[in-house]
Design a protein around this ligand. Structure first.
Ligand code: GLU
Length: 419
């Protein structure tokens, strides 16, 4: 399969959108170059006594609108170009959501399923020790991403706090609630995806009950989006994880599937069997007969190779960068609406922002308050992106980029170029 470079993907949309906005190269070129890129070596003592070396990254893309913000992923395919693209998308996402952060991203090239908990903890603590000089509650605030979770955030926050000599909660978001994490943070990205998908259904005048949804990825984003859309009454016809997918034209029982996985730790969707439920591949899921498609796994899932065969009418990007540039223009030609990642999956970083605010104030909100505020922020972002797309007579993706780039470039002009 062709190797896509997500950084080139990002640059290409950036260039197009900046041109539509009428910007000169000098005015926006800074967005093509991350402010700081860090690569760290992580030698780890494995449980069998041997030493293994891992590679870690932290890329700080832009701090014009506030401290750097963005998650850390643990995945075998992590590399510098991927982290650079992801860091830029964080800058744009925070601008679209209108929260006072810049963008960053981090990652370790590792398959965490191959490590014991103790090895994972040592790797995490080593990584934070190595990037400690460039993070902090007012500098750069990491959070969870693919294959990282609240437990890993707890080790990160603890390691940073030990180095400072005092508890520093606000340096990491997505922490366990017992350690200052926000209520609702774990569900926030999936909840944001649900809010945006429902807004699209409202916009198109579709009832939730008559809308069929296929979701790629059944983790923190896809699994939660599936649960919440199912609760809204949508017909979830297909879901998948790395093991493969399930399809049922009449709608899957998402509560049963989630209960099955919850009751059988280590089992995957391929282990779920039920009459009327067909087992399908991830590629079949992308092209299945559905109204809405929600890619909520990794980048580059919708490509020039499969875009032609997509049957969905609307794509809501739960993952970061799931659609390649070539695929995006095929979708547009086919009249398929793509709701871009920098809007659709912003729920996670929005509640990260709430968590950071709560930590700085040591004053904590109820779940209801978090969810109400999240809905307000997502709704406002949705409206702004629609307005921008309409104003420039373009796609929602370009509309979102134009909005984000316009905001950051304006802020940059007010700051001026130092020195
Ligand atoms: N990893 C999430 C994202 O891609 C959340 C980042 C954050 O909360 O800082 O948006």
């Amino acid at each position: 399969m062709k190797k896509y470079n997500p950084y080139q993907n990002m640059i290409s949309i950036l260039e197009d959108s900046a041109k539509m906005l009428g910007l000169q190269e000098d005015e926006y070129s800074f967005l093509k170059y991350p402010e700081r890129e860090i690569k760290v070596s992580l030698p780890i003592r494995m449980d069998d006594g041997s030493v293994k070396h891992f590679e870690g990254f932290r890329v700080q893309h832009c701090s014009i609108c506030g401290p750097y913000k963005g998650g850390i992923r643990y995945h075998q395919s992590v590399d510098l170009d991927e982290v650079k693209a992801l860091s830029a998308w964080m800058s744009f996402k925070c601008a679209v959501a209108d929260i006072p952060f810049g963008g960053a991203k981090g990652g370790i090239k590792v398959d965490p399923s191959q490590l014991s908990q103790k090895e994972l903890e040592r790797l995490t603590r080593k990584y934070i020790t190595m990037i400690e000089p460039v993070i902090g509650p007012h500098v750069d605030i990491p959070a969870p991403d693919v294959n990282t979770n609240a437990q890993i955030m707890a080790w990160m926050m603890d390691t940073y706090s030990h180095i400072q000599g005092y508890r520093t909660g606000a340096v990491i978001t997505g922490k366990p609630v017992e350690l200052g994490g926000s209520l609702g943070r774990a569900e926030a990205t999936g909840r944001g995806v649900m809010i945006i998908a429902c807004r699209m259904m409202d916009h198109l005048g579709r009832s939730y009950q008559d809308t069929r949804v296929a979701i790629q990825g059944f983790g923190n984003v896809g699994g939660i989006a599936a649960k919440l859309l199912y609760e809204q009454g949508c017909k979830i016809v297909a879901v998948s994880d790395v093991s493969g997918g399930l399809y049922c034209a009449n709608g899957l029982k998402i509560d049963e599937i989630r209960a099955f996985l919850g009751d059988h730790p280590g089992k995957m969707l391929e282990d779920y069997h039920k009459e009327g439920v067909k087992h399908i591949s991830n590629d079949q899921l992308i092209c299945c007969d559905t109204d809405f498609l929600i890619p909520a796994a990794l980048e580059n899932q919708i490509t020039a190779e499969n875009a032609e065969k997509i049957q969905a009418k609307v794509i809501v990007e739960g993952a970061n960068g799931p659609t390649t540039v070539e695929a995006d223009s095929i979708l547009q030609d086919k009249g398929i609406i793509a709701v871009p990642d920098i809007l659709a999956n912003a729920g996670g970083v929005v509640v990260s922002y709430f968590e950071w605010v709560q930590n700085l104030q040591s004053y904590y909100w109820s779940l209801d308050e978090v969810n109400t505020r999240l809905k307000d922020v997502m709704d406002a972002a949705f409206d702004r992106v629609f307005e921008s797309a309409e104003k420039y007579d373009t796609s929602l993706r370009k509309g979102a980029y134009i909005l984000a780039i316009g905001k950051i470039v304006e802020a940059q002009k007010k700051l001026g170029l130092f020195p």
